[in-house]
Design a protein. Structure first.
Length: 343
């Protein structure tokens, strides 16, 4: 599915590589109490999936992987830092833990285990290659405009796996035409189904905004908003001023049961991408996010631009880069590192 962005500008043909040197992700956790029955580990992993890292700790401590808490899945082909929780009774054993791809950077305590989604966001540092001095200036200008006006919060290509047929499998499973035993695969296909239609909805709203509102996201009567206090609501009057001040943000539907649906003009578009008969629980997702703490460092002699930025949880660095480049990336992007001079 083609992801469209709020401004249809000239493409910038930079490249990036998902390697341990060129793609770095640091998790921004929730606050910890520094006391309690759980050890909180700040862990750095290199060229490993989160699942592989969890499995390494589980095997070393001889405990089920389900006993180890984590907030989110991080890229394999990168250097990533994230937080995990383990019961405090394993504290002594953890002091002997060693692994070539894992480093424990810091420990603290908390009263609760870490759960999925239990984080504020992620900090990214990514090297962009093949960037001319003029393009470096264009990239900075576009990045700062996205921080001000908002970035369409698409699910990135990673959400759908490398199998491009996953949405068809999801449809067949939901229609009862495909039987799947594996619970994790079922859950994945449901998320693919919900994410695909969210992206379709967002694409239509983005194209409408380009046509009717000069590339700024167009609010509609009946939109469901998320407040900065985390509450969903549909106001009687469109909250344009609060939206521009980043106090509220419109949301899109992740279809399913027990979910707050839009009304009026907003619902006319939303219902095209809704499945009211889906038994799994629905939700809503911010239509826009606002990247923060953007920093750029241009290595002029090597045409390399390092861009670092912070995104809220559940959003994709590659979507931010797509909006800057004004082109879609695929699962093959960054897979095969290009030759480059040493810096």
């Amino acid at each position: 599915m083609q992801r469209e962005y709020l401004e249809d500008r000239e493409k910038i043909n930079f490249k990036f590589e998902q390697t341990k040197e060129d793609f770095i992700v640091d998790e921004n956790p929730r606050k910890f109490s520094e006391k309690g029955n759980y050890i909180i580990l700040r862990v750095q992993k290199i060229e490993m999936t989160t699942w592989d890292m969890i499995a390494a700790f589980a095997q070393f401590l001889n405990l089920p992987a389900e006993k180890i808490g984590y907030a989110g899945l991080k890229d394999k082909h990168a250097t990533t830092t994230q937080y995990i929780s383990i019961e405090a009774k394993y504290e002594k054993a953890l002091k002997k833990f060693k692994h070539p791809g894992i480093k424990i950077l810091k420990t603290t305590r908390d009263k609760y285990s870490i759960r999925m989604g239990d984080l504020v966001g992620n900090r990214f540092s990514i090297n962009l290659f093949g960037v001319s001095p003029i393009e470096a200036g264009q990239i900075e200008k576009r990045a700062r405009k996205l921080a001000k006006d908002g970035l369409p919060n698409y699910f990135g290509y990673q959400r759908f796996g490398r199998d491009e047929d996953s949405i068809n499998q999801a449809r067949e499973m939901i229609a009862g035409e495909l039987h799947i035993e594996d619970a994790k695969l079922k859950k994945f296909l449901i998320s693919v189904y919900q994410s695909f239609y969210f992206n379709q909805w967002l694409r239509e709203r983005v194209l409408l905004s380009r046509e009717k509102n000069s590339g700024k996201f167009l609010l509609l009567e009946g939109d469901v908003y998320l407040s900065d206090e985390g509450k969903l609501f549909t106001p009687k009057k469109m909250p344009q001023r609060d939206f521009e001040a980043h106090k509220v943000v419109p949301t899109g539907l992740l279809c399913g049961r027990d979910v707050y649906r839009a009304r009026d003009a907003a619902r006319e578009i939303e219902e095209k991408y809704d499945d009211e008969f889906l038994y799994d629980k629905g939700s809503r997702r911010e239509a826009l996010i606002f990247p923060t703490d953007i920093k750029l460092d241009y290595k002029n002699n090597f045409d390399i631009l390092n861009i670092s930025f912070t995104l809220p949880k559940g959003s994709y660095a590659t979507v931010f880069l797509e909006a800057i480049a004004n082109k879609n990336f695929s699962a093959q992007m960054g897979k095969h590192p290009a030759k480059k001079r040493k810096v």
